[in-house]
Design a protein around this ligand. Structure first.
Ligand code: AMP
Length: 188
């Protein structure tokens, strides 16, 4: 089963993806986490990624898609994959479909969209920035830019998945466990 967890920055994708992976024994693939690991290890990919992430911009598709495919290929026997923060552009969504079909004869089964109001997103990100150590959470200008990038490049994905009948809205406010229950109900 291949699930895409979709939603703006601060919607709770990371928190919920971890819980989904745990409960269903799925592989959790977060492109943001992989970029941050590369930044920590000071790899070439990390240096390139941080030059975009530090401004709240998306890392170019070509680089992101290759990294995602290389990582997914490390789990040929995965029972399921939860994609967190990928795809974020139409080109990435098309590449993911092509990759799943080519390598595994599979498809994206569902896209679960965590729905949260803009004001609440900014509030959550600034709060998270106090402890996350993420430079892109600590600065309101960078946060705004991430939301602009989301609206310009990622929001169009909704239609892409709606047209395929795969798009499911999940109310993303309330307690972590309550939100998780809603996601689990949709997965099951
Ligand atoms: P996240 O951890 O998902 O909030 O991602 C943090 C940052 O990593 C984003 O603001 C982007 O700069 C970069 N990033 C993560 N995933 C992607 C992606 N699928 N495409 C492009 N950039 C990404």
């Amino acid at each position: 089963m291949n699930i895409v967890l979709y939603g703006p920055p601060g919607a709770g994708k990371g928190t919920q993806a971890i819980k989904i992976a745990e409960k269903y024994n799925f592989v959790h693939l977060s492109t943001g986490d992989i970029f941050r690991k590369n930044i920590k290890e000071n790899t070439e990919l990390g240096k390139l990624a941080s030059s975009y992430m530090d401004h709240g911009e998306l890392v170019p598709d070509e680089v992101t898609i290759k990294m995602l495919e290389d990582t997914a290929n490390q789990y040929p026997d995965a029972k399921g994959i939860i994609f967190d923060g990928f795809p974020r552009t139409i080109a990435q969504a098309e590449a993911l479909d092509a990759f799943l079909e080519r390598e595994h004869g599979q498809k994206v089964d569902k896209t679960l969209s965590l729905e949260v109001e803009n004001e609440e997103l900014i509030r959550r990100l600034l709060e998270r920035g106090k402890t996350s150590g993420r430079p892109d959470d600590a600065d309101e200008n960078i946060i705004s830019n991430r939301i602009v990038e989301y609206n310009n490049k990622t929001a169009p994905l909704k239609n892409y998945y709606v047209q395929q009948g795969k798009f499911y809205k999940i109310e993303g406010v309330g307690g972590i466990d309550a939100i998780f229950e809603r996601l689990a109900a949709e997965i099951e």
